[in-house]
Design a protein. Structure first.
Lengths: 122, 106
């Protein structure tokens, strides 16, 4: 069974940092692109970042570029998201998702974790 | 930046057909995906690349598309279909979600 489990969320002050992790199981992690998507309380979904199988390509939404860094350790079946210079508007549930990649630059988020809540507040 | 427009809410009588519209400029040229999210739970993929259902998704769920709109159709709507539904596309390497539509089954 495909499973992704996020961890690392919590309460952090504005300007602070946090590292989220996502543990994958039930599939060959190194064969898949991966993605982070977030959802502010009571709001819709917002894509955050994608990372290629070998980490050689990374893409970010404009609002987090330069502050967030996605990475992965294929040997540990793990995905990470380093959050820095956090702002109140970064408060959200952060979901990790497996990606099915198609040759026409299409990415399908086919399996999602239950998410981890990040709260940025003083 | 590319934008997707969805109605805030759609209502359907139990057993009838619900249609959720997603509007976007020339969306017909982009593969469209649909996600279902029930309260307190993670999103679930229900339609990918316009018309395809993942395994485990009932045949009642279908997708279609025209030049500037994509449609998620839920036939014989059931109480368990009440959820938020999001359309999604990729604008080059940037993911774009619609604002979401709350489906009420009456």
């Amino acid at each position: 069974e495909v499973q992704v489990v996020e961890a690392g969320g919590g309460l952090v002050q504005p300007g602070g940092s946090l590292r989220l992790s996502c543990a994958a199981s039930g599939f060959t992690f190194s064969n898949y692109w991966m993605s982070w998507v977030r959802q502010a309380p009571g709001k819709g979904l917002q894509w955050v970042t994608n990372i290629k199988q070998d980490g050689s390509e990374k893409y970010y939404v404009d609002s987090v570029r330069g502050r967030f860094t996605v990475s992965r350790e294929n040997a540990k079946n793990s995905l990470y998201l380093q959050l820095e210079s956090l702002r109140a508007e970064d408060t959200a549930i952060y979901y990790c998702a497996r990606v099915l990649y198609w040759d026409d630059r299409d990415y399908v988020l086919d399996s999602w974790g239950q998410g981890t809540l990040v709260t940025v507040s003083s | 930046s590319y934008e997707l427009t969805q109605p805030l809410s759609v209502s359907v009588a139990l057993g009838q057909t619900a249609r959720i519209i997603c509007g976007g400029n020339n969306i017909g040229r982009k593969p469209v995906h649909w996600y279902q999210q029930k309260p307190g739970l993670a999103p679930v993929l229900v339609i990918f690349r316009d018309t395809n259902r993942p395994s485990g998704i009932p045949e009642r769920f279908s997708g279609s598309k025209s030049t500037n709109t994509a449609t998620l159709t839920i036939s014989s709507a059931q109480a368990g279909d009440e959820a938020d539904y999001y359309c999604q596309v990729w604008d080059s390497t940037t993911g774009v979600f619609g604002g979401g539509t709350k489906l009420a089954v009456l």
